[in-house]
Design a protein. Structure first.
Length: 222
């Protein structure tokens, strides 16, 4: 086959892909315009108008970042706008009704057993890690920088399965992964008090709409 028809096919295919991406973004923008809340100004994502500083604005564009969101402590990273770490412990729990308290064990956010009415025999160890949020560097929505607090409030995170491969050497021997969740301190099938469960969620990059206060060139939560 001559070379020029192949080149023509490549050019046509690339043009079609570009047209599709632009059409998708235009459709997304029109949809969000229709749903803009009263009292909120919908603005051009490609241009920052200083006259809108301090106003609540509505912006639709492609959410991009300058690098991955990263939990340096556990060595987990994601090509996402935001990485959220959730830490649970298999622990003693207290259930009190009037003067009577009952105790059982289960997974949950780490509890300070020192505040229990009956601490003896119901001791929870301190958790070595806490819940945390990790924003990707250089977050932008069109021409706007983005306050990560807006992402948590306005976009539902999705589960992000991980494994122990990226953990630092001092932690890799302590953790195992089951169904994309990290466990430490024992057998996940037979948890004991003090065992940890660490899971992750992400807010993805891509087409997005955010509502916030324009502060200079940044879309802020307040």
């Amino acid at each position: 086959m001559p070379r020029w028809p192949i080149a023509a096919i490549v050019v046509v295919a690339a043009g079609a892909a570009l047209w599709f991406a632009r059409a998708h973004l235009v459709k997304f923008h029109l949809t969000t315009l229709a749903s803009t809340p009263a009292g909120v100004l919908s603005v051009d994502a490609t241009h920052i108008d200083a006259a809108n500083d301090g106003r609540r604005v509505h912006v639709s564009a492609m959410l991009i970042a300058g690098g991955p969101a990263r939990d340096a402590q556990l060595g987990v990273s994601a090509a996402a706008a935001l990485l959220l770490r959730n830490v649970e412990m298999f622990e003693w729990r207290e259930h009190c009704s009037s003067a009577v308290c009952n105790y059982d064990t289960g997974w949950g956010a780490p509890l300070d057993s020192g505040k229990f009415r009956e601490t003896e025999g119901h001791e929870n160890p301190p958790a070595p890690f806490a819940n945390a949020e990790f924003a990707a560097p250089g977050l932008r929505l069109g021409a706007f920088g983005v306050d990560a607090a807006l992402l948590v409030a306005q976009h539902a995170p999705r589960a992000y399965p991980v494994n122990e491969a990226g953990l630092p050497p001092n932690l890799a021997a302590s953790f195992s992964a089951v169904d994309g969740v990290l466990y430490a301190g024992g057998d996940p099938a037979h948890p004991q008090v003090g065992m940890l469960r660490v899971s992750y969620r992400v807010v993805p990059l891509g087409a997005a709409t955010l509502e916030g206060v324009q502060r200079g060139s940044t879309l802020s939560a307040k």
